[in-house]
Design a protein around this ligand. Sequence first.
Ligand SMILES: Nc1ncnc2c1ncn2[C@@H]1O[C@H](COP(=O)(O)OP(=O)(O)O)[C@@H](O)[C@H]1O
Ligand SMILES: [Mg+2]
Length: 543
Amino acid sequence: MTGRILGISGPTVSTGLKGLKLYERVYVGHALLTGEVVRLHEDKAVIQVYEDTRGLAIGEPIQGVGLPLTVRLSAGLLSGMFDGLQRPLEKMRSEMGPYITTSREIAAVDTMKKWRFHPLRKPGEEVGPGEDIGYLEEDSFRHYIMNKTSARQKVSWLADGDISVNDPLGGFENGGEIMGHINWPVRGARPYRNKHAPSLPLVTGQRSIDFLFPLAKGGTAILPGGFGTGKTILEQAVAKFADVDIVVYTGCGERGNEMAEMIDEFLSLKDPWRDRPLTARTILVVNTSNMPVAAREASIYTAVTMAEYYRDMGYHVLFLADSLSRWAEALREISSSLEEMPGEEGYPTYLSSRLSSFIERAGVVETLSGKVGSLSMVLSVSPPGGDFTEPVTQACLRATGSFLMLDTSLAYRRHFPAINWSQSYSLYARDVADHFETQFSSEWTRLQSWCRELLQKEESLREVAEILGAEGLQDADRLLMHVAEMIRADFLCQNSFTEDAFSTPEQTFENIRGIRSFHDQADAILKRGVALEEALRRARETV
Ligand SMILES: Nc1ncnc2c1ncn2[C@@H]1O[C@H](COP(=O)(O)OP(=O)(O)O)[C@@H](O)[C@H]1O
Ligand SMILES: [Mg+2]
C-alpha cells in the first residue's frame, strides 16, 4: 500500500492513503523515515515522523507497515544504548556515520550472539500465558522465556544449549514455535495479574532521600528543579547506586555531552550491590536535544516497555528520565503542528492524562507467572524559571508519590543534592518504615522524627535570630542551630564527585545517630550550667 505526502508541518506529514490504522507504523518519503499514524480523518491521515523531516517533499511516497510501532524484547538489551526508536546507537554510528540518513532497519540486538538456554519444562507439560518455559543466561541474569501467546500451550520440544535470538527455543504441540523475542507495541502496557502496594524501600544511596524522603520499589518520584539545581547529577547518582536489578535510563531532550560523560563514567564503575560492571544492569535510551523531537516523544514509551519486560521476569526495575519536561515540550510541538486546540501554556489539553497513564505503568506487580516484580520511576522535571505552578510539574505532582523539590537557593549555596527539606515529601515513608526498622535499626523512625523536628525548629529560630541576632537566643536554641548546621553540612549534603557519593543505609544511620548523640551530650553539659562554646568542645571530645 503506497500513497503520497500531501502536506508537511514540522514533525508531521499528511497523506490521502486509505486503509491506515491509528498508531500504525509507516515509512515516509524516499528516505523511508519512520512515522506513526496519530490522527485519522475521512480523507486524510496525519503521521508523526520520528526523524528529521527537513528535505522531505510533497508527493514523496508513504507506505503503511500494517503494524504498530513496536519494541523488540529479547536477550541482549542489557548494556545497550538505543535511540528513541530502539535503534542501537553505536551500530548506527559505525554503519552510517554521525548523521543518520535513513531509517534502514537495524536490529536492536546482536542477532548472531548465542545465549545458553536452560529449559524449565519437559515435552508434554502445559504452560499458561506468561508462564516460564526456561531461561537464557544473559550475563549475570536469568532471562526468563515466557509463554508469549495468550493461551495455555502444551510443549512439544525444547532446545538445550547455545541459541541466538532468532532461533526457536522449542515448539508447542499446536505447531507454534517458542521464540526468544517478541515485538511489543510501545504504547500498550504489558499485562500482569495484580498490582500490590509498595512496601520495600528503593535505596538510592543518597542520605537525604533514604532517610527523610524514602522512595519505594514500585513507587514514583519527581525531581523538579530550575536550571543548575542538580537534576541530572541526582538522576545519574540514583541510576548508579539504587538497589535494583535493572536500570533503564532515558536521556530525554537534554544535552548530548552530559550523556556521553555519563556513559564514560558508567563504563568504569561497578554495580555497588553485586559483583559485576554497572553497565551489565543498565539500558540507556538516548534522545538528546540535537535529535528529532518526535522520537523524543516516543522514547519514554520505548524505554518503559523494555523496563516492563524485565519486571515481568520478576526483577526490580528502575526507570529514570531526564527530563520529562522535554518530553512534554515534544508533545506540545507535535500537538501544535497538528493544529490542536492548545490548553494551558500551549500544552495539549491531554497532557495531564497522557502523563498519568504513563506514570501508572509503575508499580509492584504479581506477574502472569506468579512472581513479584516492580517498576519504579524517578523523573526529573525542569519547570521554566523554576516555577512549580506550571502545567508539567503540576500534572506530575498529581500522579506521583514522592516530590523531591530541588531548590535554587540551596544549589546557589552549593548545598547538593539541593533537596528542600521542608517542602519535599514522600508518601512512601510510612510504607517502608517497617523495613528500615527491622533491617537496620529500631530507632530509625524515631531518629527521623527528631531530625525533621529539629530542622523545622531551626527554621523558626532563624527568623528570630535574624531580628535579634544570634546572641539574642538562649544557649539551648543556639545549640539547636549548631546541630542543624551539622545535619545540613555533614548529613544532607553529599558531593557526587567524592567517595561520599554513595552511602549505605547503615552508614546513613550511623551518621545521623552520631549527630544525635553529639546533640544529647552537649545538651546534658549545657544543663549543668556550662557555657555553649565549652559544652560544644567537651561534647566533641566525648563523641
Ligand atoms: N550532588 C552533587 N554534588 C556535587 N555537585 C553537584 C551535585 N549536584 C549538582 N552539582 C553541581 O551542580 C551543577 C549542575 O548540576 P546539573 O545536574 O547539571 O543541574 P540541572 O540538570 O538541574 O541543570 C553540576 O555541574 C555540579 O557542579
Ligand atoms: Mg540537567
